[in-house]
Each structure stands twice: as C-alpha cells, then as structure tokens.
Design a protein around this ligand. Structure first.
Ligand SMILES: [Zn+2]
Length: 284
C-alpha cells in the first residue's frame, strides 16, 4: 500500500509528464475501476477533449485537474501510471488508457484491480466521498503543533491506530507511523490522550520530518513511469525501524521488536520506546 511520500512522488512525476497535454479519447477495459460516473461509457465521453491543468493530491488520492473536471484516482495496492507512445504494445493488466493528441498515452495498469477513479466537477470532490472525511494534511502549513494537540486531546485510543486513522491525519500508513514513533521515542501502545506536551511536540516534529525526508528522496528521481511504491525500495535506506526485526536498534543496540498493535504489524525498540505503565493509579 503506497503511503503519502510515494503518492507525492507519483504526483510530481505526473506533473512533469502530462500537465499541458490534451486528451483526445479514453478507453476503459475494466469498468469496475470507474466508480463515478457509474457508467464507464459516460466516463469515457466526459474526458474527451479535456486538457490537463494540474496534478494535485489529497492524502493518498491523486487529483488530476482538467478544464471543468477533476479525476480523483487511488492506486490502492498496485496501481501504476505509465506514459507511452501509442505504437508501443499495451502490457497486460492495463485497464484505462488516456490517449493524448500528441501521440502519447497515459496508461493505468493494476494487477490487483483495487484502484479507483472518480470524476467530479471542480471543487465537488472535497464535499463527497472518498475525499470528504479526510483529516488534516501533515505536510500542509495548516498542520501545526496546536492542531496536533487539539486532535489528540481526550483520545482514549492507542497512539498507533490514532495516527493510522485517516479522519484525523491523512497519508500516514504502517511504515511511516512506526518510523515517526521510533524517532519520537514513543511506544506504539501509549494512550493518545495521555501523552505529555513534550512527547506530543517530539511526535509532531517526527511526523513532519519523516514524511519530508521520504518525499525529498522520492522527488529527486523522475522516471517515465511510477508505481504505488514510488519505484520499489526507493525509501528503504531511510527506514530506521520498520522491517528491521531482530536487528540492533541504531540508537541503543537492543534487538528491534515486532508485535501487533491495532491489527497491524508493528516495529519498535523496547528500550528507546518505553512501554506505557499499566495499572498505576488504578489500585489506589
Ligand atoms: Zn533502541
């Protein structure tokens, strides 16, 4: 599942590749990818003769902005876009093709077929699902320490599932939540509303810096096509805790632990991220 930095890399790459192009026609060969309108033929018709103005992003959704129309695209597990010349052979699992009037094509390929596309009038996309209920953008200037504190106040959930909940903060997935908690020295099972001010500040800074570093790493390599993982493994060298079970912690040398929190595989260091105190105060 791609996370925010990977989707941001796709956004930047698509911006380089297709902004300014004009869509001549669209071919859909797997109707179920098209969620709105419900008739994929209508989707094909509405996209004819549009030009690409801008590529935006909201959480892990891409917003392909055209004149008077916005296409919202989610890559899910394995969706990927590629730019080709129209005479190049079409690969297997290519489900949607955007034919441009300059002889190139944007092809959407998705082996797992979980990806989705929705068409909206400009602005309408923010008022209707899937974008309607999304929380604050962690890389936006509107995400401040005060906003983060307000979101966490009184929450009785563990901090890891809280960070994964897209209605509070968008774009954080399993990998970057583990990384941010490790950097902040916070155990994934701490109760969100019980974190101290200095912990919240460290966690806020860790979220922003972890995501920014990954975005910057991805943004430096523009390729002709990109997948949901932002070209597999691109960010692997940045990961300090995720996927390092039993390896020594880079800070203290203790073996990295792996457990399950909120149903998700979770990596942490038992020494650097102290477990929450259980039972204290309850016996009194
Ligand atoms: Zn450690």
């Amino acid at each position: 599942m791609p996370e925010l930095p990977e989707v941001e890399t796709v956004r930047r790459t698509l911006s380089e590749l297709i902004v300014g192009k004009r869509i001549k026609s669209v071919t859909v060969s797997l109707p179920r990818i098209i969620q709105k309108p419900t008739d994929y033929k209508q989707f094909e018709l509405e996209l004819m003769d549009r030009h690409i103005v801008e590529i935006g992003r909201r959480g892990k959704f891409l917003r392909i902005v055209m004149n008077d129309l916005v296409l919202v695209s989610h890559l899910r597990m394995e969706g990927r876009y590629g730019l080709y010349h129209s005479d190049e052979p079409v690969e297997k699992h290519t489900h949607v093709i955007f034919h441009f009037d300059d002889g190139t094509e944007l092809r959407y390929k998705d082996v797992r077929q979980f990806g989705t596309m929705h068409l909206f009038a400009p602005g309408e996309e923010f008022t209707i699902n899937p974008l309607k209920k999304l929380g604050v953008e962690p890389l936006d200037p509107t995400f401040t320490l005060d906003v983060f504190k307000q979101l966490t106040t009184g929450k009785q959930t563990k901090i890891k599932p809280f960070l994964l909940n897209q209605s509070y903060i968008v774009g954080l997935g399993n990998i970057y939540v583990d990384e941010a908690l490790f950097r902040a020295g916070i155990h994934p099972e701490q109760i969100t509303g019980k974190l101290e001010n200095d912990q919240l500040q460290r966690l806020f800074e860790a979220i922003v810096s972890t995501l920014n570093e990954a975005v910057n790493a991805g943004g430096s390599s523009i390729k002709s096509y990109v997948n949901g993982q932002g070209e597999m493994g691109m960010f692997q060298h940045l990961l300090k805790i995720y996927g390092r079970k039993d390896e020594p912690c880079i800070h203290c040398g203790a073996p990295v632990q792996k457990t399950v929190v909120g149903g998700r595989g979770t990596h942490y260091c038992a020494q650097c991220q102290a477990a929450p105190m259980v039972g204290l105060g309850e016996a009194q």
